[in-house]
Design a binder for this molecule. Sequence first.
Ligand code: BGC
Length: 463
Amino acid sequence: MDQFSSSDFGAAFKWGVAISAFQNEGAHDAQGKGMSVWDAFTARKGKIKDGTHARHACNFFELYAEDIALAKQMGFTVFRFSLSWCRIIPNGTGAVNQAGIDFYHRVIDACLAAGLEPYVTLYHWDLPQALEQKGGWCHRGTVFAFEAFAALCARAYGHKVKNWLVLNEPFGFTSLGYMLGVHAPGKFGLSYFLPAVHHVALAQAEGGRALRAEAPGARVGTTYSCSQIIPYTTNNNDLQAARRADALFNRLFIEPSLGMGYPADAFPLLKRIERRYALWRDWEKLPFHFDFIGLQNYFPLVVRYNAFMPYVQASEVKARYRQVPLTGLGWEISGQGMYSILQQFAAYKGVKEIMVTESGAAFDDVLRNGEVKDDERIRYFQEYLSAVLLAKRSGVPVSGYFAWTLTDNFEWAEGYKARFGLVHVDFDTQRRTMKDSGKWFRELLAQPAPQSAKRRGPEAASR
Ligand code: BGC
């Protein structure tokens, strides 16, 4: 399928664009904000590829009205953003910073005034540093602190916000931050990773329960990173390696929430969680019935057996050695990967509704004469959206698609070189310029034209 219009997805389909607090807000110490693990991590030498930090980022803190107006201009009707825990509760627990609460009221009000539904993520990786000093996600106290934060947010905003996401990509931040040490807080090894996994899995459920208790009628979801896992060959070693990778990349957090426990059948090492970190009755606390789940798929992974890789005994066959289309970060572009992951998650009995809460690509954009001609990004969206539509037509209950991301922002350990935005940002002047991909969405999402002049995705792209 290479042609579609937005109406093909149905009138109820939600079209959104997503950002996150640490990547966008800047204003790192404004108006009483506390420090997060990412403020601390970016201050360490050599952690961010281009040596940058996010103290100012793309200054969403001051420019939120302009950014929300851009999202509206592009035709989106959902705006997904996250709350900075340490802007609201500077030390993670205890005193509340009213200026932080007020900031998000302004953002929510601006969304509502523009006709954009706010989808609010409670946690997009920026743990308060004060909690990290007590052990961060390796420490059970963080679960209780998170539950209290969730309840506070629901009380503050629940009368305005109907859609919530508890966590952004739990596997993303536990693996990169607590196993590999390449993201904040920079810890590595199983003795950090396994307790972090367990406490984060508990927090996803406790956070969900707190939202539901304090914001009755809210729709509560959470997001998962996911990748189609493809064994390199059909030999048994590669097949088993792919199973282990699938357990980690795709099953680790959703299955406990569905009451299935950790996927130790495929990755027995996870039994250690039970032996070392779980307390009596934790198994009753892990399940939570989400109203919907958010899937965030960027690339598939080809995996082969590798006896030298500790624990998982698997390694990735990098996309750049496989002659496949790549994004600027060397990630494989594969609509088939998106299609397959939607099928995989829809097959869980407990999953009733799926939203694609992030999807996008970084390329080496060039701003020339006031334009960014990012045709590759347009092609990317065409391919991934076609896959979503195919999956929807085959019966997958997918009800929305949120592009990642609105403006170029701080791409974690990659710094500012990886540009994912539909809108270009000049980080010296903070000037915004809509890229061709943003204009493409504007065409796609414009009010449906009369049948004879119906706008088609690909046609709009070539304009
Ligand atoms: C994260 C975003 C990130 C994007 C691109 C997702 O894993 O939620 O914060 O910018 O991927 O790397």
